[in-house]
Design a binder for this molecule. Structure first.
Ligand code: NAP
Length: 487
């Protein structure tokens, strides 16, 4: 099954931070791929902007090298050359006056203008102010900002205020690349496109829900940043919270940006306080046989006394009519046994078993795999085949999307491809609204403040394990178990 490509209107896109890591690894490759499938019109322009002094040809060469590394299959193609023709560069200082007149001159036409802030958030306010004061704003202007959007409620509010001083909320696109993943959007399709699940989607039928985002990698080269952040800020406040919203929200009246975001916001605001004993934090240890290649968290971040968590598990409650009494168990961590993002919806046991005690307990489970092997598995109870009487067994009804939809379904667009095209189209559905981000921090802040006030130290866990023992205890207290981290 081949997806249709609907070209976007012609645009000018400025990538502030066009020489940075994110531009090289994600933004420019995503643009090239969309150009190659014919979604980007040939008269679009992409303008890198940063303080480094470079001529247009030098920047084109810089972009070529990045694309050869990150989109190697396009090396030497006419498409790559065509794309590079669209690329320009302006030397500019977000905090100064240099370069702004040059940038103004790059907009000969009144058409869609997107300004991608692929720079440190400390520059957001300066950029917003200068874009406005240099007269670069038209009625089709979009501002794209990256995570992290603040490190707590106060900083998120300050960033929102800095942007709101110059732009309307309808012009601001806050990227959480998780929302651009094909399968995350599929959550909405599975829930609201099928009659089958929605009637059962409540505390009467759902015992509990588990949301797992497990990584096998450690902090890598991001040690210094990560140690200031930790799993709660880096993953829970944004990615896991977004998954929780999509699983728990009420059906919006229509698939429209504000209708969807209104419903997500209601979920975040309905989240109850999390008691300290409903949280487990961990920090990964070195692999004893190979401590050089796989050092401990503290060695990796260069902070032998670090109390930042590389793992967190918690039990959350959505306090509303639909979910009262159904806990949501969230967990995420680094250096775990497998890379896997899965949501397990655990249904309740049948109210009465006609098969008697000996048949055992059986409950349905809907597992939604976001990565890898995107797909869904519904576990159903059937009779164990054979003449041995009525014994029951749970079997999976498994659908891997790539198998069901054909091989090209596996080649889904990268999240950045989808999100940047949505920016150009002016569709904010998959972007976080300012009030959503603030509500998420308002829920997260007291948890982090509590750890700091109590001087809590995360529990060490083995690299390649499923996390610290406390996480198992957290769910075992409720007579439940974590579903395996499935690769
Ligand atoms: P980076 O590699 O450090 O790049 C920063 C860019 O900003 C460079 O192009 C730099 O170029 C430019 N810059 C710095 N000061 C400037 C100024 N005063 N005026 C104009 N340009 C300036 O950072 P990055 O990894 O690309 O990350 C960019 C943003 O995305 C950050 O907010 C980061 O947290 C976020 N993010 C990154 C990733 C990732 O995978 N890298 C993922 C998610 C979010 P010059 O020095 O030449 O000016």
């Amino acid at each position: 099954m081949v997806s249709r490509v609907i070209p976007v209107d012609a645009f000018d896109l400025v990538v502030f931070g066009g020489t940075g890591d994110l531009a090289r690894r994600k933004i420019l490759p995503a643009l090239l791929r969309r150009y190659c499938v014919g979604q980007i019109p040939p008269n679009a322009s992409i303008i890198g902007a940063a303080r480094s002094g470079m001529e247009r040809a030098e920047y084109q060469e810089f972009v070529r090298i990045a694309l050869q590394e990150f989109v190697p299959e396009k090396t030497g193609t006419a498409e790559l050359e065509g794309f590079l023709e669209r690329v320009d560069y302006v030397q500019i200082d977000a905090r100064g006056t240099d370069g702004w007149a040059d940038l103004v001159a790059r907009f000969p036409q009144d058409r869609i203008r997107a300004f991608y802030f692929s720079v440190s958030p400390v520059l957001f306010g300066d950029l917003a102010e200068r874009i406005r004061s240099n007269g670069l704003v038209n009625d089709r202007t979009r501002i794209v900002v990256e995570k992290p959007f603040g490190r707590d409620l106060a900083t998120a509010k300050a960033l929102n205020a800095a942007l709101a001083a110059h732009f309307d909320e309808s012009e601001i696109y806050r990227i959480d690349h998780y929302l651009g993943k094909e399968t995350v959007q599929n959550l909405m399709a599975v829930r609201f496109g099928n009659m089958l699940f929605e009637p059962l989607w409540n505390s009467q039928y759902v015992d509990h829900i588990q949301i797992t985002v497990a990584e096998t990698v450690g902090v890598g080269g991001r040690g210094e940043y990560y140690d200031q952040s930790g799993a709660m800020r880096d993953m829970v406040q944004n990615h896991l919270m977004q998954l929780l919203c999509l699983i728990a929200m009420e059906p919006p009246a229509k698939f429209d940006p504000d209708a969807v975001r209104d419903e997500k916001l209601k979920v975040i605001r309905a989240l109850g306080e999390v008691a300290p004993y409903h949280i487990a934090r961990g920090q990964y240890e070195a692999v004893p046989s190979n401590p050089q290649a796989q050092p401990s968290y503290r060695e990796a971040v260069g902070n032998p006394r670090s109390t930042t968590e590389s793992y967190v598990a918690l039990k959350a409650h959505v306090s509303n009519w639909r979910w009262a009494g159904t806990p949501f168990y969230l967990r995420t961590g680094k250096r775990l046994s497998a890379r896997s993002s899965t949501i397990d919806v655990m249904f309740k046991d049948a109210p009465h078993s006609i098969f008697g005690e000996s048949a055992g307990r059986h409950a349905n489970r809907l597992s939604i795999r976001l990565q890898p092997n995107e797909g869904i598995t519904l576990t159903v109870t059937i009779k164990e085949p054979g003449p041995g009487g009525m014994r029951l067994v749970d079997v999976p009804l498994d659908m891997t999307f790539a198998e069901a939809l054909g091989p090209t379904a596996g080649e889904t667009a990268d999240a950045y491809e989808r999100l940047i095209m949505d920016v150009i189209r002016g569709n904010q559905t998959l972007f976080m609204r300012g009030d959503e981000v603030e509500a998420a921090w308002a829920w997260t802040d007291p948890i982090i403040d509590g750890w700091n006030a109590r001087g809590e130290v995360p529990e060490p866990y083995e690299t390649g394990s499923s996390g610290p023992a406390k996480a198992d205890q957290l769910i075992a207290r409720d007579r439940r178990v974590w579903q395996g981290i499935k690769p």
